[in-house]
Design a protein around this ligand. Structure first.
Ligand code: SF4
Ligand code: SF4
Ligand code: FES
Length: 254
């Protein structure tokens, strides 16, 4: 990575004297933005900025990250009002029309402290949408063979790289209006499994996502699709679920 090691801030600081003004949310559901000054680096990410604040300016700041390379999905935050994965978002991408960074916890989720949200409800909804794979083969049998060019496999492929970051969930207005809505990530997961020919829980899954708080609650705003850092389109998957549910209901199979 081109990002400077976070343990080498003082060296990096001397490379570039410019600084950034950063407003960081401190507190829980109630709290306030605190302002910090952070040195600017080349190829600096938002996560680098948050890490600098925590390591060099205020060790009581709470936030979450793990991989720093866009794989774990744990570092998402609101950056100047928009949900983003912070380890792969460069400061230069955000500071276009402004000189100030404002970093807050993801919306639509309870705040544990500062920038760390409680993801329990988000993952509970994956379980409610029957987001667990249920096959029949054991380790003593051969692998199931699925043709990579089959229509179902391609449909599953389109959504399978989800890292569970919550960016789509935080961006979805319907989740804000009705907190029981399963949301784009859980429904995207349901869509990948609805296209997994090895899975044996298809009927239960479609029943789980067909209710009031399921796929039909989506207003096709596309914000989840616009914001997903993995270029997944939950909107397309949800549209696929709507069609599938409609077809099965018409046949009296749900
Ligand atoms: S397309 Fe549906 S799930 Fe995605 S943000 Fe809009 S309402 Fe939410
Ligand atoms: S669908 Fe995209 S934005 Fe939503 S949780 Fe998965 S990776 Fe994140
Ligand atoms: S820290 Fe893992 S995706 Fe950002």
């Amino acid at each position: 990575m081109s990002t400077p090691p976070i343990t080498n801030m003082s060296t990096a600081m001397s490379l570039n004297a410019k600084s950034i003004t950063v407003r960081v949310w401190r507190g829980t559901e109630t709290g306030a933005f605190h302002t910090y000054t952070v040195p600017r680096f080349e190829s600096q990410t938002i996560l680098d900025v948050v890490t600098y604040v925590q390591r060099e300016l205020d060790s009581s700041l709470s936030y979450r990250f793990a991989c720093r390379v866009g794989m774990c999905g744990s570092c998402a935050m609101l950056v100047n009002g928009q949900a983003r994965w912070t380890c792969r978002t460069h400061v230069s991408k955000v500071l276009v029309d402004t000189d100030v960074l404002e970093i807050a916890p993801l919306s639509n989720l309870p705040v544990i402290k500062d920038l760390a949200t409680d993801m329990t409800v988000f993952f509970d909804k994956w379980a409610k949408a029957k987001g667990q794979f249920q096959g029949t083969r054991t380790r003593h049998e051969t692998f199931a063979q699925v043709r990579p060019d089959s229509a179902e496999r391609r449909a599953a492929d389109a959504g399978i790289e989800c890292i569970g970051c919550g960016v789509c969930y935080s961006s979805c207005d319907v989740v804000s209006w009705r907190p029981d809505y399963l949301g784009p990530a859980a429904l995207n997961r349901a869509w990948t499994l609805a296209n997994d020919v090895r899975d044996t829980n298809q009927l239960e899954r479609l029943r789980a996502i067909a209710g009031d708080a399921g796929c039909h609650a989506c207003h096709s705003h596309f914000l989840c699709t616009e914001r997903c850092p993995k270029a997944i389109s939950p909107t397309a998957g949800i549209a696929g679920l709507k069609k599938k549910v409609g077809r099965m209901a018409a046949k009296g199979e749900l």
